[in-house]
Design a protein around this ligand. Structure first.
Ligand SMILES: Cc1cc2nc3c(=O)[nH]c(=O)nc-3n(C[C@H](O)[C@H](O)[C@H](O)COP(=O)(O)OP(=O)(O)OC[C@H]3O[C@@H](n4cnc5c(N)ncnc54)[C@H](O)[C@@H]3O)c2cc1C
Length: 455
């Protein structure tokens, strides 16, 4: 047993898992099965004091420190060889103050737990579209979801955060306390400390009208061009995105079309349910819909509708870019590479960035691309490691084809590990200020296993 493990066992009330423990093999796994790392110790923290202990032990012993919320980082930032891992999976509580329309989530909560808790009060905020994703990593990188157009990014809904800083101190960040840290947490990723609790603003959204609509590939150009123009000024209650997708064997899709590739529009109307049909009518008029599963549903149901396509244990390789203008040339690139999507789990989403996201100034939070109109993610996900080469090649080819029509930066939460050289571009004019905040709160770069801002 190393000294670090011994010290942690003395100080921590949660679980301290080292390579000798039976649960270690299970505990070291993260969502992306391509990531195969062997930390020195995994601390499943039971509370803030455990986080403080783990941060102090890592810093004092000079051991790498990885932080895990929902474990969904595609580059696997939540784990590392020979590291101390702060695993927040036991810190999942979500408390809702329905009157104040706020919710406080512990740093390891998932969006599934969050949405269920707020939904009970008819409230919601922008979160990810897969319920198993962590509120932690997603919010700290920005947070794009169905509600972004009307409610802003997840980070725009952050009211305050409790943070264990690199020196082990517990501090608060909000508009009133440590404002520089609060600014940096809203888009700057995991660079500044372990967030043990996030406080969010909620919105009165209980039920949504939406779901996937499938179009033939021959209509894809028409639908993409229509979406590009329509979503700019569409009512902000309308969220959703086009996606390239192989049809899974689901009952709402004709059996003889299972396995065929389609362009989808995944819709989410968060206004009055009775207006949903009319809001989506233009998407029915533009081209015939081959199959659909659209209707009224609880907001958490839409946010978990695609969970089965992304179970733990798939191989992941992703690329991302921001687009200011989705030109006809960019759409041509999509039309060339989208239909080649190689696996049913893989997809490409073109998320709209407008509405409430644009009403926040580019320097008001660390998330800088407030003038982007779309965020594209090319998400390669497949089960069999034997197919890694082909799938990674598809993602890279797609990315290369769209990059000339895109901005230099991409959303940090959708980027791969080999995108570290794009971090400065991602933060544009905010980068230098992020470096200043990093120097103040983490001068030794203890929190470096992330899309790193070097002090
Ligand atoms: C299946 C899937 C679906 C996704 N869907 C969306 C989506 O709809 N919208 C979107 O915006 N993004 C989405 N993402 C991207 C997602 O935002 C990132 O993968 C994010 O890092 C996941 O956060 P996590 O807490 O689950 O991951 P983790 O791997 O646990 O964390 C990633 C990194 O974030 C930091 N971090 C996490 N929690 C904390 C904390 N409490 N305090 C300090 N640092 C922390 C750490 O640096 C950590 O290494 C998706 C990813 C996947 C794999």
């Amino acid at each position: 047993m190393t000294t670090e493990v011994g010290r942690l066992r003395e100080q921590v009330s949660g679980e301290v898992i080292s390579p000798d423990d039976a649960v270690y093999e299970e505990a070291r796994k993260v969502h992306n099965a391509m990531i195969d790392r062997r930390p020195r110790v995994i601390v499943r923290c039971a509370g803030v004091e455990d986080v403080v202990a783990a941060v102090n032990v890592a810093r004092e012993s000079g051991t790498d420190l990885a932080v895990r919320g929902g474990s969904h980082s595609v580059p696997g930032f939540g784990t590392a060889d020979d590291a101390v891992v702060v695993d927040l999976c036991r810190m999942q509580a979500v408390d809702v103050d329905a009157e104040a329309m706020t919710a406080r989530a512990q740093g390891g909560a998932t969006w599934g737990a969050f949405n269920d808790a707020t939904h009970a009060h008819g409230l919601a905020t922008t979160g990810g579209i897969i319920s198993t994703t962590g509120v932690g990593g997603l919010t700290l990188g920005g947070g794009i979801g169905y509600l972004s157009r009307g409610c802003g990014l997840s980070c725009d809904n952050l009211i305050s955060a409790e943070v264990v800083a690199a020196d082990g101190k517990i501090i608060s960040a909000s508009e009133r306390e440590n404002e520089d840290l609060f600014w940096a947490l809203r888009g700057g990723g995991g660079n500044f400390g372990v967030v043990t609790s996030f406080e969010y603003r909620l919105h009165p959204i209980r039920e949504v009208y939406g779901g996937p609509m499938l179009y033939e590939l021959s209509d894809a150009a028409t639908v993409l061009k229509f979406y590009r123009d329509f979503i700019k000024d569409a009512p902000e209650e309308l969220g959703g995105f086009p996606a390239w997708q192989i049809a899974p064997p689901l009952p709402f899709i004709p059996e003889d079309r299972h396995g065929d590739t389609f362009l989808l529009f995944v819709a989410c109307w968060a206004g009055p349910t009775e207006d949903g049909e009319a809001a989506l009518a233009p998407f029915r008029e533009i081209a015939p819909v081959v199959a659909e599963q659209v209707g009224p549903m609880p907001y958490p149901a839409l946010n978990s509708a695609f969970d089965d396509l992304v179970p733990d244990g798939l191989q992941h390789y992703w690329k991302a870019n921001f687009v200011r203008e989705l030109t006809d040339e960019a759409i041509e690139a999509h039309l060339e590479h989208g239909p080649k999507v190689p696996a049913v789990n893989s997809t490409v989403h073109i998320y709209p960035i407008n509405g409430a996201c644009h009403r926040v100034e580019p320097d008001a939070t660390a998330f800088a691309y407030r003038d982007a109109t779309f965020a594209t993610v090319i998400a390669g996900m497949w089960p069999d490691p034997a197919h890694n080469e082909d799938n990674v090649a598809w993602v890279r080819d797609f990315y290369e084809a769209t990059a000339p029509h895109s901005e230099e930066g991409g959303y940090i939460n959708f980027m791969a590990e080999d995108d570290q050289d794009r971090i400065r571009a991602n933060y544009r004019g905010n980068y230098d200020r992020l470096v200043d905040v990093k120097r103040k709160y983490d001068p030794g770069n203890l929190f470096h296993l992330n899309q790193n801002i070097r002090p």
